[in-house]
Design a protein around this ligand. Structure first.
Ligand code: G3I
Length: 356
């Protein structure tokens, strides 16, 4: 089957009347269906400037998300100016090639332009957030089917007193900003799938256990209040040196799935700064961490998408924060710097195809 037919069939299948908006076919019981869609975070300039990069995206991806472009910093250099160039180009690329595009992200603590620091009241913060959602979601209504509405709202080290991460939204509006963002997005595009996206759940550590607990409390509260939250994005920036807490992940996913939520893997990569230098050994460990993470999710439900945060080791955010001490380049992604598939690509393909 041609890829375009396959992708549109698979992604459209979830949009059934009466059900929560879905990005792709969901539900563990069906027998015949396509593989789980695979995608990657994209640097849109490279699609134009680097033909090898473009070929890799065309060859491997059924969906795309901008690594930047829809963040406030990129979209809104000034308070009264929106720059849609990057997301417009990515959406045109997706449309021309039978792919779907996810939107990342509407409310986040990071990548905020300087002018937002002058916002000082709850009222003004709400006004600016609503203006943002109305303008951005309104522009892409019916064309971007799935949004990371709120990104990384829960603290990295949550305590009972401070479960939420500091941000302009949390500081000025409080935890209610999550509910407000979801309700406003649903009002602007009622058919879009609305996702709460976060990371730091996957290891057998007290920190990850606290994160899972705080995250579940937030989600339960949103669901109890009837907030239009449809899916959870498990980012999956996996620290390579740590074991995956398969039981912990499976239990988290079971709780979320039990609340009627779909699961998407939204930013998968394996951070390899503390792994052995030997590349073959390192690549196997990277693949095994991702395999364990995906299996722990797949044991409970079928994720609607598996998205890696980049496609090639040549272009990855990882060295910004996790450069290796021995100077060897990081290898967190499915293709190496020369676009050769690594064991991680095999692990992802085995998972997405086994779920077909
Ligand atoms: O575009 C400029 C370039 O012109 C300049 O030469 C270069 C020099 O530093 O900087 C370039 O911009 C950087 C950009 O990444 C390049 O892609 C920005 O400084 C840098 O802040 C930006 O970082 C991004 C970061 O989010 C903040 O927006 C990363 O690429 C991106 O991978 C990362 O993505 C986040 C997700 O949104 C949320 N989850 C975690 C994930 C990884 O941190």
């Amino acid at each position: 089957m041609h890829r375009r037919q396959f992708v549109l069939g698979a992604l459209g299948a979830g949009l059934t009347a009466g059900s929560a908006p879905a990005f792709a076919q969901a539900g563990p019981k069906e027998c015949t269906r396509a593989a789980i869609p695979f995608g990657a975070a994209i640097r849109v300039d490279l699609l134009r400037d680097d033909q090898e990069y473009r070929r890799a995206v065309l060859g491997h991806c059924q969906l795309v998300v901008g690594e930047g472009g829809l963040k406030w910093f990129d979209l809104r250099p000034e308070a009264d100016k929106f720059v849609f160039d990057q997301p417009d180009r990515l959406l045109a690329f997706a449309d021309a090639n039978g792919m779907r595009m996810r939107g990342h992200t509407l409310a986040w603590y990071a990548a905020m332009p300087k002018w937002t620091e002058a916002i000082s009241t709850k009222k003004e913060a709400e006004r600016v957030l609503y203006e943002h959602i109305d303008t951005v979601v309104g522009r892409y209504k019916g064309r971007i089917p799935s949004w990371d509405v709120v990104n990384e709202a829960v603290s990295e080290d949550p305590t009972a007193e401070t479960p939420m991460r500091k941000s302009i939204w949390q500081d000025l509006i409080g935890t209610q900003h999550v509910e407000l963002a979801f309700r406003r997005t649903a009002a602007v595009d009622p058919k879009a799938q609305l996702v709460l996206n976060d990371f730091g759940f996957e290891n057998p550590t007290d920190r990850c256990r606290a994160k899972r607990a705080a995250f579940l409390r937030l989600v339960r509260n949103l669901k109890d209040r009837g907030v239009p939250l449809h899916a959870i994005g498990l980012q999956g920036h996996l620290p390579g040196e740590q074991e995956i807490d398969k039981d912990g992940i499976s239990r988290l996913v079971a709780e979320l799935h039990g609340m009627g939520l779909s699961i998407l893997v939204t930013e998968l990569d394996v951070i390899d700064d503390k792994l052995p230098r030997d590349r073959a050994i390192r690549d196997e460990i990277v693949a095994s961490r991702a395999r364990a993470f995906l299996q722990a999710i797949g044991d409970v439900c079928r994720p609607e998408a598996v998205v890696t945060w980049g496609i090639t080791d040549q272009f990855t955010w990882v060295p910004i924060w996790f450069r290796r001490k021995d100077g060897d380049p990081n290898r967190p992604l499915p293709l190496d710097a020369n676009y050769r598939p690594k064991p991680l690509m095999r692990a992802i393909q085995e998972f997405t195809r086994a779920k077909a």
